[in-house]
Design a protein around this ligand. Structure first.
Ligand SMILES: Nc1nc2c(c(=O)[nH]1)N[C@H]1C(S)=C(S)[C@@H](COP(=O)(O)OP(=O)(O)OC[C@H]3O[C@@H](n4cnc5c(=O)[nH]c(N)nc54)[C@H](O)[C@@H]3O)O[C@H]1N2
Ligand SMILES: Nc1nc2c(c(=O)[nH]1)N[C@H]1C(S)=C(S)[C@@H](COP(=O)(O)OP(=O)(O)OC[C@H]3O[C@@H](n4cnc5c(=O)[nH]c(N)nc54)[C@H](O)[C@@H]3O)O[C@H]1N2
Ligand code: SF4
Ligand SMILES: [Mo]
Length: 681
């Protein structure tokens, strides 16, 4: 590397913005990280977390050598060992486990610690497929919403962020834009400068809600009812786009019939939003043009989250808003990155046909109850299940099992790493090559290593490549270079990737997908063209009856009598799920419980008091804040802290359940009833 230079990189964190980064490198030492000013979405700035990423990169707490556990599981006592020793032990144990219990007794556990395609779904997938290990159903974040989008639109993409400047009404629906998608904000600021209004529908009045023109405090998990109420008013008052409905949708008439039942008055009871507000929101949404919905992921983490996603994504088809620049809806853009994933993951390597699928949102059950075969070995990478998975008591009980062999590939000594038998130190995104899609824009990016590696770290790709060798896998795919793996991904033949090559990516770092002609806005469904089999948006009302979540104020009344508060645990400003958890102070947001004054008074609790939030699954110590962020009956604490960093060694996922969403098999983190009581200190 030259003495002083500016290098390009890409933020690999699990965030819709996938920022283009510039880093100053001086004699191999990174000195300044900033947002690329030339990138159309990054526009020269970073979020607070990643602006300080070099602190993480150079943290004295980073794992730099392989470790072998010498203490009890979870205790955190390890000794350093060599890579040869570590990899030999992992290979031998996996081979033995496979022989004794069958390969499906081995479970990979990974999610989006890095969004990079190679480090997240490349050599690892090949390795586990070839081994015949259980497959992991990666449901922890977006599978309920994804299933909903596929049912209605048949595609997982929508309005591009750059077009929000043309909108006149922007609805942030379960979307904390300033907290989790901050690069959309400048486009909204520009739209508002031109007269647009921003409306926010959220149970929590966070920074985004506080800056809205109108804030609609919705009861958690009732979004399906609200969407049906809006449809009721739009159809009743003849505000639908009949031509669009006829030409580009199916089942509109049955939907209209279904919506008749969802009067504003009925919907008001469930949602907590007044009938008048529902009527005026419906009128404005249908008549202010163009209107766009930013539907983010919060809505899907409740029991009817999939149906809610289905219904909300029907709205722009009903009003014909897809036709307009600055109209439509964005829940994600990831479906436009149409790679040849099979060439990367090679599922055909599976020796005994398709292996069993284990839902990552039910890890506690998988580790404690699964049989035939039971899980005997788990390899964790890009994830921190001992913090982020629901029903932690079961997860920990499983991870403590003496007969479970656990390998953890990590940058830091997380709670999960404490349960590892072998811990392998890995690279950060500044140290390896990867290709990045985005779920909040349409720019494909490549990053080469920007910094020399710390200590003895290796990348996921290298580790799985070496394990494949040790297990005697001789297929040529285990020798394939990273560049060839990227070339394979790009060779799908899909028009959105047409002409994009690795060489071009190396030269430009970021390339807009060929979703529309250069300089022209992308209007995905202006003329129909939905991804459904008949090309029409599917408005079927089947499965769209609103049934309140079991764990909600209108759900199981016996449960509610014991645990009367609806507990939601949305994203934290200062961490990325549990990433950065090592840096969070004891009094961080993740130690705070927001509560309404009425609920506090009733329990003789004041702002600043320490309380216990609990239900039948667990109990957690938090400090109360009463400041109007949440409505009566709702409590909120941002997710998620490292349990071991807290005095009580717990986090909010000790309270959440393993109940799954209506479709997609997703977790229901935000359908969670609790009681709160003072606890002295
Ligand atoms: N700072 C920061 N940024 C992040 C992350 C992080 O941990 N920290 N995580 C990243 C990840 S993994 C993801 S998936 C994205 C998620 O990004 P978002 O979807 O924006 O994040 P959430 O906080 O899950 O939920 C969004 C909003 O939905 C609200 N909400 C909760 N329940 C309901 C409900 O029933 N109805 C409605 N209408 N709203 C509801 C929450 O209060 C929150 O304000 O963010 C990414 N960005
Ligand atoms: N209560 C509650 N729980 C939640 C949520 C919530 O809103 N509320 N959100 C859920 C959501 S949306 C998500 S996406 C999940 C996120 O869950 P996870 O995907 O597990 O995300 P993180 O907690 O960020 O942990 C990622 C880990 O990967 C590591 N890592 C980063 N890069 C690499 C790499 O290159 N190689 C390897 N081996 N490791 C790497 C990081 O150090 C970090 O410890 O959490 C879920 N849990
Ligand atoms: S976390 Fe998101 S906003 Fe922050 S730098 Fe990464 S991509 Fe950008
Ligand atoms: Mo997520």
């Amino acid at each position: 590397m030259a003495e002083k230079e500016v290098r390009h990189s890409v933020c690999a964190l699990d965030c819709p913005d996938t920022c283009s980064l510039l880093i100053n490198v001086d004699n191999g030492q990174g000195s300044r990280l900033r947002g690329n000013p030339d990138h159309p979405v990054t526009r020269g700035f970073l979020c607070g977390k990643v602006a300080r990423y070099l602190d993480r990169q150079y943290s004295p707490q980073r794992l730099l050598q392989p470790l072998k556990r010498i203490g009890a599981k979870g205790e955190g006592r390890f000794q350093q060992i060599s890579w040869d020793h570590a990899l030999d032990e992992v290979a031998t144990r996996l081979q033995q486990t496979s022989q004794d219990f069958g390969p499906e007794s081995i479970l990979p556990y990974s999610y989006a610690g890095t969004m990079g395609l190679l480090q997240g779904s490349g050599m690892d997938r090949r390795f586990f497929h070839r081994l015949g290990a259980s497959r992991l159903d990666r449901t922890i974040c977006a599978s309920a919403g994804g299933a909903g989008l596929l049912q209605t639109l048949g595609s997982r993409y929508g309005t591009e962020p750059e077009q929000f400047i043309h909108s006149k009404l922007i609805i942030a629906w379960g979307a904390n834009i300033l907290g989790t998608n901050v690069h959309l904000w400048p486009f909204i600021v520009e739209a508002r400068r031109n007269g647009a209004k921003l409306y926010v529908i959220d149970p929590v009045k966070n920074r985004t809600g506080s800056l809205a023109d109108k804030f609609f405090p919705i009861n958690p998990g009732s979004d399906l009812a609200l969407a049906l109420g809006l449809m009721h008013v739009i159809f009743r008052d003849g505000l639908e786009d009949k031509q669009y409905l006829n030409q580009h949708t199916s089942d509109a008439d049955s939907l209209r019939t279904q919506a008749i039942n969802y009067t504003p008055e009925r919907v008001a009871q469930w949602t907590g939003i007044s009938a008048d507000d529902i009527v005026s929101l419906a009128h404005e949404y249908a008549t202010v043009r163009p209107a766009v919905i930013r539907l983010n992921y919060g809505v899907q983490r409740s029991e009817r989250g999939g149906a809610a996603f289905r219904a909300i994504t029907m709205l722009p088809a009903i009003t014909g808003s897809w036709k307009e620049v600055g109209g439509g809806l964005q829940a994600t853009t990831s479906g436009a990155f149409q790679f040849d994933r099979a060439s990367l993951e090679l599922p055909t390597l599976q020796p005994h046909g398709i292996a069993r699928l284990v839902n990552m949102s039910e890890l506690g059950t998988a580790l404690t109850k699964l049989s035939d075969p039971p899980v005997k070995a788990m390899v964790v990478y890009n994830s921190n299940p001992a913090a982020i998975a629901p029903n932690q008591n079961a997860v920990i009980k499983g991870m403590k099992r003496e007969d479970l062999f656990t390998v953890v590939l990590e940058q830091f000594q997380t709670d999960t790493a404490d349960y590892g038998d072998i811990v392998l130190p890995v690279t950060t995104f500044l140290e390896h090559t990867d290709l990045y899609l985005a779920y909040g824009h349409y720019h494909l990016q490549l990053a080469r290593p920007a910094l020399p590696r710390a200590g003895e770290v290796r990348s996921n790709t290298e580790i799985f490549r070496e394990l494949a060798k040790l297990l005697g896998f001789t297929e040529p795919c285990f020798d394939e270079s990273e560049d060839d793996m990227i070339r394979g991904l790009l060779r799908s033949g899909h028009p959105f990737l047409e002409g994009i090559t690795l060489e071009e990516l190396d030269q430009h770092h970021s390339i807009r997908l060929k979703v529309s002609a250069e300089g022209k806005p992308f209007l995905p469904f202006a003329e129909g063209g939905f991804g459904t089999p008949d090309g029409r948006a599917r408005l079927s009302p089947e499965g769209l009856d609103y049934i309140p979540p079991i764990e909600s104020r209108f759900g199981d009344q016996a449960l509610k009598a014991k645990y009367p508060l609806e507990f939601i645990t949305p994203k934290n400003d200062d961490s990325m799920n549990s990433t950065f958890g090592n840096q969070l102070a004891e009094d961080a947001q993740t130690a705070t419980l927001w509560m309404h004054a009425e609920d506090a008074l009733h329990r003789k609790i004041n702002s600043g008091d320490w309380v216990r939030a609990f239900n039948s699954r667990g109990s957690l110590r938090l400090q109360v804040q009463v400041d109007g962020k949440v409505s009566p009956g709702v409590v909120m604490s941002p997710s998620v802290r490292w349990p071991k960093m807290a005095r009580d060694k717990q986090n909010i996922n000790f309270l959440t359940s393993e109940r799954l969403t209506d479709i997609g098999g997703g977790p229901t983190f935000y359908s969670c009833l609790v009681q709160v009581e003072g606890c002295g200190d």
